[in-house]
Write a protein that binds this ligand. Sequence first.
Ligand SMILES: *[C@@H]1O[C@H](CO)[C@@H](O)[C@H](O)[C@H]1NC(C)=O
Ligand SMILES: *[C@@H]1O[C@H](CO)[C@@H](O)[C@H](O)[C@H]1NC(C)=O
Length: 392
Amino acid sequence: MHLRSAILVLVSLVPTNALTKFNFEVSAEYDLFNQGTAVRYFEDLFYEPQEGQKKPSLNATQLEEVEALRHQAYANPVLALAGAQVLYMFGWFRSTGELIWENILSSAELFERSIYVSDCKPEHSYEVWHDNACDIRWTHAILLYHWLAQTDTTSQQQAYQKKAQELLEGIKRVQKYEPVSSAWTSPGHVNFNSIIFAGKPSRPIWATAELPIGKWLEEHHHIFKAELQAILNEPGDVYGQLMKIDPSREHLATPGGWDTLRIVRYHNWFEVFCQLAPVTCELIKTRPEINECKFMNVNYVRLNPGTHLKPHYGNGPRLSAHLSVIAPEPMKAGLTVADQKRLWVEGEAILFDDTYPHMVSHWGSQPRYVILVWFCHPCDGGNAHNQTCPTV
Ligand SMILES: *[C@@H]1O[C@H](CO)[C@@H](O)[C@H](O)[C@H]1NC(C)=O
Ligand SMILES: *[C@@H]1O[C@H](CO)[C@@H](O)[C@H](O)[C@H]1NC(C)=O
């Protein structure tokens, strides 16, 4: 029997009352629909302000609803993807910052199951692969099993590693990825820019001296720092007020641990910020890597002590830069991109490809501020970014 019809039979055997007890709409056939409704439902709860609780996060009652979904997702294949995604996005941390280990493991297992309940065989046509969002299912299963293998200290560790490796071998059989996937020798190597820029250099971390923007950021560090320090020194938490005018929504970090202050996003300058830090904005406006780029973005990002960012993938075709503007504890805070680690050293820039899996930790006691820049990939052919594509 064809896989798809097998699933439909399976789904029709699911008692419909099992699917009706959720507070979001559920389809008996279409798992992408369920992913959409479930994520929207929990997302609203996740960001809704709640007295006395670090946000964004779910409270204990809301996590019980996630728990109900987790159980149903094992029983009903059509909920596997919804469960995987909700557990990954909203069930990773408690509001206290504690990890919910069983949710992370279930998310890995359910992303993997969602591969088999949808038409996501590597041999299928790219249209089917694309329409079923197969890359999300595969890459997240790989990401999470790899993370579990790196962080688990029990006898399960090798089983997770084996899963990650098997899934990696699977995704490498996808025809569209074949020209580049031979370079993916570890689960951490899977990335999207190497597919977009096939045949061009792909690296998790680019040497700062290799791209002009790296040196430029470092040369102007003292100016950025003086203007940022002046804002931080203003009485009445002006920095916090600025963030509130334009709040960011992201699910990646320990609740309350990571926040962004927009400078410019997709060419929309945050004018109130630019009035307070005029030279910073004027300087950024001189760089073609940023301003000639459709998907440009520049933020201040504060990382509070004790914060961790779960492993995640960014979106191509951009590259990212961090300039450590205020980073007083270089030995205690850093990021991992694929299998490479970097610490934030004040005044230094890190250029990285955020389409590789990456994550962040801060073990120190003082906040760290970086300027985060999304700029054009040097091998991008569609924007006048004025960089040279390296040959190796
Ligand atoms: C969680 O939030 C909901 C809705 O805001 C509320 O009804 C519920 O009592 C809260 N639960 C806890 C444990 O705070
Ligand atoms: C473009 O790059 C060249 C070489 O790095 C540099 O001399 C020139 O000033 C740049 N142009 C702009 C508009 O930044």
